[in-house]
Ligand binder design. Structure first.
Ligand code: PMP
Length: 412
């Protein structure tokens, strides 16, 4: 008999037995504090009772009803509930299963709606691993290595990453907007550009928050040239940054947002939201798929939104996020060149003599796991340790994590 081995990039040596709230229990009998939340997915904590009950109830009545042909109750409830939290003007939603699919849906929509071929993306952005999404991803060569040719029509402009250049936020923003204008003057025309695709906070690219002047600069250019502004809210949505959506920190209006991860507490569900008028310009038949808006995922999403509201998780993310960021800055040693973040997305960049230090970041992550704290790395050089706990995290759990983290820093 052949024993199959799943291909895993296993960050921690633990096999999970079960998980509850902010903790994961290994088959080794140990309990681990989970500051990864399944890459920002289990925002309501692992196996929140309300979400589990809603999913259980739904499984017994309808699992699948192909939603472009069959309307079902959880989908109706979800669209109603989402309507109360989506930004003003985004009153139409299309559902898929993964973040990458949502990004591709957004790409199809903006091209069809504008009749233009090009998309401008921003350096360090991550948008997924399907071929189009990987083409628009610039947070590391590993995401598109070895399967060229990639999709055409993608242009890259800088994101204001002050730390990388050793600049102030102002200088980095000036540079980013100037280079965008230069791109339009020399490489591609704004009249050929369907959309800007940008994350409010670079996620996989190293937890770098954007800023108001930069995003307003994009909005202004979008308005001037009929370009659509797409915020990829897959990692930053549903309270993660301390506001319901990440772009809401920056007082800027999106034309389209992509959503996934925190939407359904771990059940596969993603989507895009846009205005009714814009969505109507999608060509019939071009958006869809067998499994989108799965009934159990929709029921879990409704329950997730209820938990976020009832337990005040957006505010909790803001308050706990500030504690985490302050604590992480306080405990930082010389190995850490920068500590940054927004809400419960906190990144610690490891450097040695100013250069990215992936080895130390990996060592810190592994030692933390041994000591009972799960963390992930990110960034083009994988030298940023990120802390992204469930939004239900308490002040005591932040202290517990920071206590373990200080020990880790003292030992590596
Ligand atoms: N966009 C962003 C901002 C993401 O963080 C991710 C996942 N890390 C994706 C897109 C892709 O999502 P998925 O892995 O579900 O395809």
């Amino acid at each position: 008999m052949t024993r199959l081995s799943p291909r895993l990039l296993q960050a921690t040596p633990v096999t999970v037995d079960h998980a509850e709230g902010c903790y994961v229990h290994g088959t080794d009998g140990r309990r681990y504090l989970d500051f990864t939340a399944g890459i920002g997915v289990t925002s309501t904590g692992h196996c929140h009772r309300h979400v589990v009950e809603a999913a259980r109830r739904q499984i017994g009545s309808l699992i699948h009803g192909q939603y472009t042909t069959v309307m079902h109750r959880p989908l109706l409830e979800l669209t109603e509930k989402l309507g109360t939290v989506l930004p003003d003007g985004l009153d139409s939603v299309f559902f898929a299963n993964s973040g990458s699919e949502a990004v591709e849906a957004a790409l199809r929509l903006v091209r069809q709606a504008t009749g233009r071929p090009n998309v401008v993306v921003f350096h360090g952005g991550f948008h997924g691993r399907t071929v189009a999404a990987a083409t628009m991803t610039t947070s590391g060569t590993r995401f598109s290595a070895g399967f060229s040719p990639l999709m055409g029509g993608v242009h890259i402009a800088p994101f204001p990453t002050a730390y990388r250049y050793g600049w102030t936020e102002e200088e980095a923003t000036d540079f980013a907007l100037r280079e965008l204008d230069y791109l339009f003057a020399t490489v591609t025309s704004p009249a050929e550009t369907a959309a800007f695709l940008v994350e409010p906070v670079l996620g996989e690219g190293g937890y770098v928050p954007g800023n108001t002047r930069f995003f307003r600069g994009l909005r202004q250019r979008a308005d001037e040239h009929g370009i659509l502004l797409v915020f990829d809210e897959i990692q930053t949505g549903f309270g993660r940054t301390g506001k319901f959506f990440g772009h809401q920190h920056f007082d800027v209006r999106p034309d389209v947002i992509t959503i996934a991860k925190g939407l359904a507490s771990g059940f596969p569900l993603s989507g895009i939201a846009a205005s009714e008028g814009l969505m109507a310009r999608a060509w019939p038949g071009s958006q869809g798929g067998t499994y989108g808006a799965n009934a159990v995922s929709c029921a879990a999403a409704v329950a997730t939104l209820e938990v976020i509201e009832k337990e005040g998780l957006v505010d909790n993310a803001a308050v706990r996020g500030r504690e985490l960021l302050t604590g992480a800055r306080h405990t930082a040693t010389g190995a850490i060149g920068d500590v940054r973040g927004l809400g419960l997305m906190v990144g610690l960049e490891f450097t040695t003599d100013g250069a990215p230090d992936r080895d130390r970041a990996t060592a810190a992550q592994q030692l933390a796991a041994k000591k009972g704290l799960f963390l992930l790395t990110c960034g083009a050089h994988m030298n940023v340790v990120r802390m992204i706990p469930p939004l239900i995290v308490t002040a005591e759990q932040i202290d517990e994590a920071l206590g373990i983290w200080s020990e880790v820093l003292a030992e590596i």
